[in-house]
Design a protein around this ligand. Structure first.
Ligand code: 1GP
Length: 235
């Protein structure tokens, strides 16, 4: 019997970027206590082993599952406080490096990847202005049907457990998120990008299984994040 993955039960993830500051007076502990189901530590630019390690250590003593989302093989850290590693693969990347190329380096890490704790996230990157889009040379000119098709390919052909519609930095199109949701069966649909209050969180949580909140924690802090946790469980 296979056990269900933990994200089956999640509604909300807080993504903490180790390269970004927290608002005045806010601690990592405060963020861990917002009611979020899991913390993902990751970002696109300025990520080092050191800043990753510092955030993981700061969150480790709090009672919330902790995952690293490494942006490249050289920042993977070996820390027992981590429940696991969520490794992006970008389905609409222009450069194959972000589909399988980086991964070929990942599997050759000194101590290897810990397969029991490693899962890939099938990203579909949709905001052309986002660092992640430039970095991966993503083709963001996609219709809702295109995104649905990518989501289906990810689940059915590539056996992905997690499909991630990523609008990082802007609130996405509900029709696109809905199309991705309709296209997957067992895979868990993550949505991230531009969630900034109860309403925006609720609108995306209607279609996604799990909403991911990032910049809000760095820009606004704890209360704002709490509202999005509430919206995710209400939806
Ligand atoms: C980024 O999907 C996350 O990888 C969240 O996006 O920072 O826009 O909330 P925001």
């Amino acid at each position: 019997m296979t056990t269900a993955p933990p994200w089956d039960e999640w509604n909300h993830i807080l993504k903490i970027d180790p390269d970004k500051d927290l608002p005045e007076g806010v601690t990592y502990g405060d963020l861990c206590a917002t009611g979020t189901d899991a913390i993902e530590v990751g970002g696109t630019m300025g990520i080092t082993e050191e800043n990753m390690e510092a955030v993981v250590e700061a969150c480790a003593e709090h009672d919330v599952p902790l995952y690293q989302e490494p942006s490249s093989p050289d920042v993977v850290i070996d820390n027992r406080a981590l429940e696991g590693y969520l490794i992006p693969t970008v389905f609409n990347a222009g450069s194959p490096f972000w589909i399988t190329g980086a991964h070929k380096e990942w599997v050759r890490l000194d101590n290897g990847l810990d397969w029991d704790r490693t899962t890939t996230e099938a990203y579909i990157v949709m905001n052309p202005e986002a660092d992640v889009a430039t970095y991966t040379e993503a083709d963001c000119d996609l219709s809702a049907e295109d995104v649905g098709a990518y989501a289906e390919v990810a689940e059915r052909m590539f056996g992905q457990e997690i499909v991630y519609v990523e609008y990082s930095g802007m609130l996405g199109d509900e029709n696109v998120v809905q199309a991705a949701g309709d296209a997957v069966d067992d895979a868990t649909l993550f949505y991230g990008g531009g969630i900034h209050d109860y309403e925006s969180a609720h609108s995306m949580a209607r279609y996604a299984d799990v909403i991911v909140v990032g910049d809000l924690a760095h820009d606004e802090g704890v209360e704002a994040v709490r509202e999005t946790v509430e919206a995710a469980s209400d939806a």
